[in-house]
Design a protein around this ligand. Structure first.
Ligand SMILES: [Zn+2]
Length: 55
């Protein structure tokens, strides 16, 4: 499940679209965003830390 950082909505399928820019052929750039407000979202339950900030 994903959680939007802006509207706090939860959803299972983010909105996906392709931005072709000026390319005439694929591969196009793939974007994923909140289906409600088109903002950035995070994956819920992802407790894995990429950084090792031990104090
Ligand atoms: Zn949203």
């Amino acid at each position: 499940m994903y959680v939007c950082l802006t509207c706090k909505s939860t959803f299972y399928a983010p909105k996906v679209y392709y931005e072709a820019h000026s390319f005439e052929n694929p591969p196009y750039e793939l974007f994923r965003e909140c289906p409600i407000c088109s903002s950035t979202y995070i994956e819920e339950g992802n407790c894995k830390k990429d950084t090792d900030d031990e104090e």
